[in-house]
Ligand binder design. Structure first.
Ligand code: GRG
Length: 291
């Protein structure tokens, strides 16, 4: 059986190539250059989930790569906008200067906008799913997952938390993260089932646990990862009076919760038996990752 790292790396190459090819069809401009820059690198975990979920439903990577590139375009847009001074105000992303630092804020706003519309354009292509019904479902569910009921809502709740009178409790932070990080992960894991017209229930349960484990791991990385970066993020969160899974559960409690969620995610895949072993490994990876 292919190992998870090999599958992730192969998916990342395939998805990156599709995304860059799509961006290269745009007329030359500063925004096109910044889109190519913002789409480059990263783990491409969401794209991998799309390809893997498609494979589980008998759909070849060639038929699923447009959807995988689409979710990575949405993810890249969210990172470019999240890094802006009006939001998280970060200078570095994937080890490189953020788009507004390398170019300027107007370019970063337009780059995010254009990556978002590129995603929906990709999904509208005839090769984005085996059937028209599958494509429409992918389009409608991505609009829902990335917009005011999903990722944008989560981001808005996060920003509101900075000026709230009291820090968020565990339920509130879980709901916030379900939108901010969870919605795109859930869409990705369900994409193959939706392309095939199959019931996505098991994959929804898998992705909800995975998304939360991913976010807890991210909070833990802030504490235990790169010390300089962690210090900066922690100072920011402290100044903003923001709660995180680590501040609410403690380091050991957060680690235990992440481990429980991984087990929950793996159990949710029972209907897929051994076919889903790479997705089981992926769940383990999200809490063991170093970046
Ligand atoms: C601006 C509408 C809008 C939304 C932004 C996704 C997001 C919402 C903000 C990102 C902020 C952040 C660092 C969240 C922690 C979890 C996360 C999404 C990390 C980055 O995702 P990875 O680790 O990144 O998959 P790579 O670089 O591998 O793609």
């Amino acid at each position: 059986m292919t190992s998870f790292p090999a599958a992730l790396s192969a998916a990342a190459d395939r998805v990156e190539a599709r995304l860059q090819a799509e961006i290269a069809t745009l007329p030359p401009s500063v925004v096109r250059d910044a889109m190519a820059y913002a789409a480059r690198g990263g783990k491409k975990l969401r794209g991998f989930l799309v390809l893997e979920s498609a494979r589980l439903h008998g759909i070849a990577p060639e038929q699923a790569v447009a959807a995988a590139a689409a979710i990575e375009a949405i993810h890249a847009y969210s990172l470019v906008h999240d890094d802006l001074p009006a939001m998280d105000d970060d200078d570095l992303r994937r080890g490189q200067p953020t788009v507004h630092v390398k170019w300027d804020e107007a370019t970063a706003i337009l780059t995010g906008d254009a990556l978002q519309t590129l995603a929906f354009g990709l999904l509208a292509r005839p090769d984005a799913a085996p059937t028209d019904a599958g494509r429409l479902t992918l389009l409608a569910t991505l609009a829902h997952a990335s917009g005011g009921a999903g990722m944008v809502l989560g981001q808005a709740l996060d920003i509101a938390a900075e000026t709230a009178a009291t820090p968020l409790d565990l339920d509130a932070i879980t709901a916030l993260q379900a939108g901010k990080t969870g919605a795109l992960i859930e869409w990705s894991a369900c994409a193959g089932a939706r392309m095939a017209g199959a019931d996505p229930a098991a994959l929804i349960a898998y992705a909800q646990a995975l998304g939360l484990a991913f976010q807890i791991a991210d909070d833990l990385l802030d504490i235990e990862g790169d010390i300089a970066l962690a210090g900066k993020r922690l100072q920011k969160d402290e100044k903003a009076g923001k709660a995180t899974f680590v501040s609410l559960l403690g380091i050991d409690g957060a680690k235990a919760r992440a481990r429980d969620l991984v087990a929950q995610a793996q159990d949710a895949l029972a209907p897929y038996s051994a076919d889903a072993d790479i997705l089981r490994q992926a769940a383990q990876f999200v809490i063991a990752r170093k970046g």
